[in-house]
Design a protein around this ligand. Sequence first.
Ligand code: HEM
Ligand SMILES: *[C@@H]1O[C@H](CO)[C@@H](O)[C@H](O)[C@H]1NC(C)=O
Ligand SMILES: *[C@@H]1O[C@H](CO)[C@@H](O)[C@H](O)[C@H]1NC(C)=O
Ligand SMILES: *[C@@H]1O[C@H](CO)[C@@H](O)[C@H](O)[C@H]1NC(C)=O
Ligand SMILES: *[C@@H]1O[C@H](CO)[C@@H](O)[C@H](O)[C@H]1NC(C)=O
Length: 427
Amino acid sequence: MKLPTFPLFVAALAPLTDAFPAAMLEAAAHDPTLLKRAEKLLAGRQAGADAATALFEPVPIFDAKAQYVNVSKGSGHEYVAPGSSDLRGPCPGLNAFANHNFLPHNGYATVAQYIDATTKVVGMGPLLAVFLSALGGALDGDMVRNLNWSIGGKPSLAQGGATGVLGNGLIGSHNKYESDASPTRPDLYQSGNDYMTVTSQFQELIDYSPGGQVTLDSLTSFRSHRFDTQIANNPYFFNGPFSGVLVQPAAYTFIYRFMANHSAENPTGLLSYDVIQSWFGVQGSDGNYKAVQGTERIPENWYKRAIAYPYETDYFLADALNAIKLHPKFLDIGGNTGTTNSFTGVDISNLTGGVFNSQTLLESNNFGCFLYQVSAQGKPDILLGALSQLTGAIGSIIGKLGCPQLQAIDAKQLQKFPGYTKQAVYG
Ligand code: HEM
Ligand SMILES: *[C@@H]1O[C@H](CO)[C@@H](O)[C@H](O)[C@H]1NC(C)=O
Ligand SMILES: *[C@@H]1O[C@H](CO)[C@@H](O)[C@H](O)[C@H]1NC(C)=O
Ligand SMILES: *[C@@H]1O[C@H](CO)[C@@H](O)[C@H](O)[C@H]1NC(C)=O
Ligand SMILES: *[C@@H]1O[C@H](CO)[C@@H](O)[C@H](O)[C@H]1NC(C)=O
């Protein structure tokens, strides 16, 4: 992340100096281990879900011209509803990008196009963008000719060619990319699909967010509720090492971090019901919503996050850790065993061949090390061995963290979960 130069940085944090000694602040402004040390300081307090905002966006910044995303008529990015052959799937952000021609309208794109759209339209950090985009190619894409992948299901022959159709797209990536306990999408083995927006879940999200605004705190409480609800209702609920521990938090934090509207008065973003409704393709009004998956839309007059504060891998990890502090169950890898309310966890040490355990996982950089290394363990659709773009992306994220080397996930540990064995992705 790019930090402002030192004097500005300290001035902005002045109200926090009782919590952060000045000498530490000075050092932190030039020190990449800021996050780790700040976390130690925060550890004693009950961190709110959005505690990372003050660390990663220390100085209020708003530049209307730079942050405005023009989707009005004539911009070339006006909304065009998807046609029947256009691919749309579980990700409202990518669906909206395709509807606005920030990605190919058919929903089948190159890794480079995903990187370009996510960094430019919503301010995703480049490391996170390269990682997520390359992973899409490795898990869900055309592994033979290139790494094109679909934001929906399998591309047609016309869209992807003979080798493109071997990739399953995001819809076909359950347990790899697509996870249970999503905000508005159903669990695959409970509902038969994993991507159609469920109106009642969207309504619940709003109900968890009183006062007209959706916040990171309200989303985190809603996530806790969704987690419990799925344990109580889906006999096959599965919280996977990657899909559950990395993708699931992203599905919640991305809502606020990428969809909120920014302004001089609210530089870190406000997410009103109207704005989230547009992004999720929901018609009607509170109490009377009707979700139409695939019609996700960037609102007119919308301002993305500050250019200086991209949502990068370290910022995301801090959000994910704050959520775990509030709700430690989010870290429980495991699932129901075929009946509702039968959630059983696996021992992290057994799962990782002793490289991590539940205690050390939250120490130092281990959480980041674990998540990004485990991502590469998901079975690619076609084994080519040449996952160089992905391993390169992972290398640049964890290169500086000094990670203990995770050799493999012990897939045996996951065999007792029917929600895993129906679509096993490790080993
Ligand atoms: C290359 C980048 C991206 C990839 C590979 C990706 C992939 C995914 C996948 C696989 C899911 C399903 C997860 C689940 O089952 O819960 C998902 C959900 C989601 N994504 Fe993305 N996504 C990307 C970028 C974005 C962006 C830029 C945004 C916001 C503008 C976004 C917002 C969301 C949200 C809010 C959900 C949860 C949907 C729900 O269940 O309500 N994503 N994404
Ligand atoms: C948005 O794009 C339209 C069409 O090109 C243009 O007329 C308008 O001035 C743009 N708005 C801003 C604020 O740049
Ligand atoms: C990959 O996707 C791009 C963008 O849609 C398209 O132009 C290209 O033809 C695709 N390549 C293959 C081999 O499918
Ligand atoms: C974003 O905030 C600005 C400033 O308050 C406001 O003028 C604009 O209408 C808002 N955009 C949306 C989509 O709510
Ligand atoms: C997990 O590891 C412990 C200690 O090595 C061992 O006693 C136990 O049997 C293992 N459990 C499983 C399910 O492999």
